[in-house]
Design a protein around this ligand. Sequence first.
Ligand code: PEP
Ligand code: MG
Length: 591
Amino acid sequence: MAENPLPQPQILPERTWTGTAVSVGVAHAVVHVLKEHFDEPDEDSIRPEDVEREMQRLHAALEVTQREIEHLQHAMGAESGGPESEIFETHLLILQDSSILKQVEKTVREQQVCVDSAFYRFMSRHMEKLRGLQDAYLRERYLDIKDVTQRVMRHLRGELLQTPMFDEPVIIVARDLTPSDTVALDRSKVLGFALETGSALSHAAIIAKSLAIPAVVKIHGICEHLHSGDSVLLDGEGGILIENPTAETLARYRSREEQAEKREDVFWDERHVNATTCCGHEVCVGANAEFVEEVKIVQDSGAEEVGLFRTEILHLENPNATEDEMTAAYTKVVSSLAPKRVVFRTLDLGGDKVDELLAAEPEPNPFLGWRGIRLTLGRRDLFRKQLRALLRAAAHGRVGIMFPMVSGVQEVLDAKALLAECQSELEAENHPVPDRVEVGAMIEIPSAALSADHIAAEVDFFSLGTNDLIQYTIAVDRLNDRVCALYQPTHPGVLRLVEMSVQAARRAGIRIGICGEMASNIELTPLMIGLGLNELSVAAAQVARVKHAVRKLRLADCQTLARESLTLISAEEILTRSRNVARTSYPELFA
Ligand code: PEP
Ligand code: MG
């Protein structure tokens, strides 16, 4: 159990909160409550004699915020020079701007409203002005003001005062965690996520699995109830969070963990052995990744490749990265993992991975909007920079370049034309680039599966992005609690699209694999292998388990299961049949 040494236990009542388990593991630590998404404060009126007190509150909040930013600046070693330093300097300058104090005081005094509302209104007006501007530099200032406003608002409300920054490992408690929130965290100090909203397919869950830390979502009410510094135990298997765990609870968890470790020895020791079914059919089990620091975890996991490297986090960490900086980051991943193949997915921004600098206007339906390859083909400067960086990194190992959110062959043709242009430019500039890089398409939109034969003629491989394929096929938002019961990976409609894609790949003689979360589910391994998916890219923490599962299967049984499943009308029935094959073939993984 990941633990952070905690202060002497106090006699506080233990309380158990229930949610949905999305990433396994157990952690015991203090929480850090993130309240990023503040609502507009109420315009509470005040008495004239309260003006001074209100202004003192603002002064205090500004001071704490200043200390917090200085601390952050120091912690990141960014006191002088470098882009981080500039960001913090800008934030400090905003805080020290005397016109803010003057204007806010004027509003508080003249309109007799609380300082929270006066401050918020003043800063929002500025943010709105900047947000609509074309100039990228000024639009970026919008984010600076937003960040500072959020910090000050939190301190005005007295939130986070106990642990403004976390120097010690913590469990993050939040309503939701967007990719940009994740970027802002010091991930080396995060032991788990406990969230009020989200689903198994939300970005936070995917990241937790990548980092091999526990995560529980849909724990209603914790943000209000818990305060930074509270002690909790997070159980990512049982889907519970225990506030103020007693010594007995901790002992029970320790002993459970010892038993689990013994069980895991069964497959952990053989994780570097190939995943070949007992009848000799080879399956490539790879890992999904998105952080450069994950390379070590991937190496140790037993993964034979990185079947999906999501590049959005690297982008969000440094949206204005130069081509050289991007090349350096990608090269680090490629050369650390060589000779293993790394499949980089080009930017899949949009949907839930919004880059606020690019998305000037909020979209009514982000998942049906400017996302993935649509966005990059519309922002060729950005796309070109990424493709050039990927081609340069490809000189250091085996790289695949994969396009997300492909809806039909034309997007692939356009992207390939740009890739060819980048290749010629780099050659002309004497950059070492391989003669040819493997190109792939994600099949995650029903129209792509339905026209898979057209796309297959243009690429070297397909990877099924079932997280999205399921969402778009069944018209069920992958992040929406209300409809999560309808999110069925074994829905007959989904299976038919998978089958169609496999057949198109076979006819064209290209490879096909799967990189959606479904690939990590060992109950579905027999079905996926039976359907003809020979490359499974899964969360790094699941690689050893999935490889073990594959070794226990017989291809003929899996094929019979898949053939029969394609005739069934019920998602539950298909799931049950695959589960039965799984449980009989490798009962030890379900013990
Ligand atoms: C998918 O859709 O299955 C996928 C792997 O991509 P993401 O989850 O990043 O959308
Ligand atoms: Mg997707």
